[in-house]
Design a protein around this ligand. Structure first.
Ligand code: HEM
Length: 330
């Protein structure tokens, strides 16, 4: 009986201490982030070619050689981290990566603020029940479903729909679908919002185990925001990054702020994207067919993979340039 009581009391104490400690850590990170937002506002952005100091990896666009992963390597649903492993910035096998190293390398490669670089690996460590300070992860660990990884991603099929649940490889059909949605000569926030809407509706329709909480929607839009703020909108650069998980030639982050891309700053992009995604997610919506060729039978694609037929029209038609609004069934 005494043992049982001691056990209960110690568990309550540990979990309370953990919650208090975590709350203090988050308060510290968010206060620090706000300070960096202010510092970035009053500092001059770094000039092109000056972001990475001489002697550091990537200075002058010199990144270690790219190799695709080989059998047995660990890869994640995140193109940013996979590209780092493919270049040997992270261990090429993607295994046993200390959270603290992940923090430092993301900062050095993509010019994220130290606050983001601490927050995300810390979040991942807690999710996996590991110590941030001493723990390690394999890239594949990041694929834990409904941790950060969620349904209706832009560049990976849902875990439930992927062969073997594999989230570690690029899905060229989804990347094709994304670029089909880009109508200008640069990727824009509107393109990302439009494709997110398409992916959400399509997944909801096809995935019998579909889930997407508000929290995961915000994570999804955060990924979109990082894509455009860190990689920029260049279509050719993004093609290299998304299809091959490789850094574009002479890559240097599009964020030139001396304190890196802060969480406070990219939230403005997150909210713009999330606000532009319309909430309509009916089961019979045809929106999933509108974004591109993925999911279409080969008979409906031309020799170059282009869509041959008129896309079906739904209430989503105003999203597509040049298409008149029309309701289903008309
Ligand atoms: C420790 C750091 C990071 C972790 C743990 C992480 C984790 C993840 C996870 C779990 C996903 C899959 C989300 C989904 O299901 O759609 C993801 C996707 C993504 N991440 Fe990361 N990531 C990290 C760093 C970064 C960085 C530095 C960037 C930008 C340079 C980035 C950009 C993206 C993008 C664009 C996607 C694709 C989203 C999609 O397919 O919809 N991530 N990341």
């Amino acid at each position: 009986m005494v043992n049982l009581l001691l056990n209960v009391v110690s568990r309550i104490l540990f979990s309370t201490a953990d919650t208090v400690w975590h709350t203090l850590t988050l308060t510290y990170i968010f206060t620090w982030d706000t300070t960096l937002v202010l510092l970035n506002t009053i500092s001059f952005p770094k000039r092109k070619g000056k972001l990475i100091a001489p002697g550091k990896l990537g200075h002058g666009g010199n990144w270690p050689e790219w190799h695709p992963p080989v059998e047995g390597d660990s890869r994640s649903p995140c193109p940013a981290l996979n590209a780092m492993a493919n270049h040997g910035i992270l261990p090429r096998d993607g295994k046993n990566i200390p959270f603290t190293v992940l923090n430092r390398k993301i900062r050095e490669t993509y010019n994220f603020s130290p606050t983001f670089c601490l927050y995300v690996p810390l979040y991942m460590a807690r999710l996996l029940g590991r110590s941030y300070t001493y723990g390690t992860l394999d890239l594949n660990d990041i694929a834990v479903h409904n941790g950060i990884e969620h349904d209706a991603s832009l560049f990976r099929h849902d875990t439930f729909l992927s062969p073997g649940g594999d989230q570690g490889k690029p899905c060229p059909d989804l990347v094709d679908g994304f670029f089909d949605c880009v109508h200008g000569d640069k990727v824009t926030v509107d393109d990302l919002a439009r494709y997110s809407e398409i992916r959400r509706t399509d997944s909801r329709r096809k995935n019998g185990q579909f889930t997407l909480s508000t929290f995961h929607k915000l994570f999804a839009s955060s990924n979109c925001a990082t894509l455009i703020r860190i990689m920029g909108g260049s279509i050719s650069d993004l093609k290299v990054w998304l299809y091959e998980e490789r850094l574009p030639p002479n890559y240097e982050s599009s964020t030139r702020a001396p304190w890196g891309l802060t969480m406070g700053s990219f939230q403005t992009t997150v909210l713009r994207i999330e606000a532009a995604i319309r909430a309509k997610e009916s089961m019979d919506s045809t929106i999933g067919d509108l974004g591109g060729r993925y999911g279409l039978p080969k008979s409906e694609l031309g020799p170059g993979g282009e869509v041959q037929r008129e896309a079906q029209m739904g209430e989503t038609a105003p999203l597509l340039p040049g298409k008149k609004p029309q309701t289903n069934g008309e």
